[in-house]
Design a binder for this molecule. Sequence first.
Ligand SMILES: C[S@@+](CC[C@H](N)C(=O)[O-])C[C@H]1O[C@@H](n2cnc3c(N)ncnc32)[C@H](O)[C@@H]1O
Length: 278
Amino acid sequence: MMKRKPQRQKTKVNPKRKNWRRQFRSLVTGKQKNWNKEKGREWGENADFWIKIIREKLDPFREIITNQAILESLKREKNLKIFDAGCGEGYLCRKLAKKGHRVFGIDFSKKLIEAARNLERKKPIGIKYFRGDFRKTNFPSSCFDVILSHQTINEIKNPEKALKEFFRVLKRKGKLVCLFLHPCFDSKKPNSLNYFQEKKIQKGYYLVSGIKSPWPYFYLHLSLSKWTELLIKSGFSISNIKEPHPPLKFFQKKWWKENFNRPRFILIEAEKTVPKKD
Ligand SMILES: C[S@@+](CC[C@H](N)C(=O)[O-])C[C@H]1O[C@@H](n2cnc3c(N)ncnc32)[C@H](O)[C@@H]1O
């Protein structure tokens, strides 16, 4: 008589877990798919919201923390040639141009770059805006003193490409300043797998001063060690790492205690170092 193979017992899968597995697989494997197309759509849909929150100064994180952190990084230098990579509607370009720097902004959102140009047309302060991809520019090699990437290096699927381009267009000893969401604290429920796994993080919407963005957004998560490895491999030496935050006295206020309950931003300053020829 043939022996019947013992049947494997079917284990019930918790539907929540199944869902989580599916989501996780798509985060990891689907990371490369349609990234640019989805980003284009995201910024097309969110452009008016973005212009409003910036021009009406509605984002306390920007007003109190990130603007100052970036300007602080450049406060000692004068008359710099600066490339704002992913300049959006141009607010940082304007701040820097008003301080006497020569500023060039690139963004691939048609609406945002148009909004930036419109202001420049109305009140010219010498900023040059281009619509394009900051990973592949037409700038000559070694022409910038500083490159800024404010909330943009994690907007792309392959930051190593951007870093290669930044390295090319920066002068020797030029400075790269990247400010983005702190990768160690971007999850409310941290776990190691989540942290060390490179992935695309999808969020429902931006919420600023009670106003929701009309479209969801996403960004790239890499562990802090991966970010530093990428910078170093691209030829940069890291000169400073800051965690911009409000003054400590702000934490006495309920709003800041609740909304800045973890380090939200990281700022990395790096220098283009070229090995000396023997
Ligand atoms: C979070 S917003 C930040 C904009 C601006 N730096 C600011 O802080 O207001 C990200 C910007 O990066 C732009 N962007 C994303 N990937 C880009 C790319 N590969 N080349 C040029 N711009 C890009 C988007 O169009 C968007 O304006």
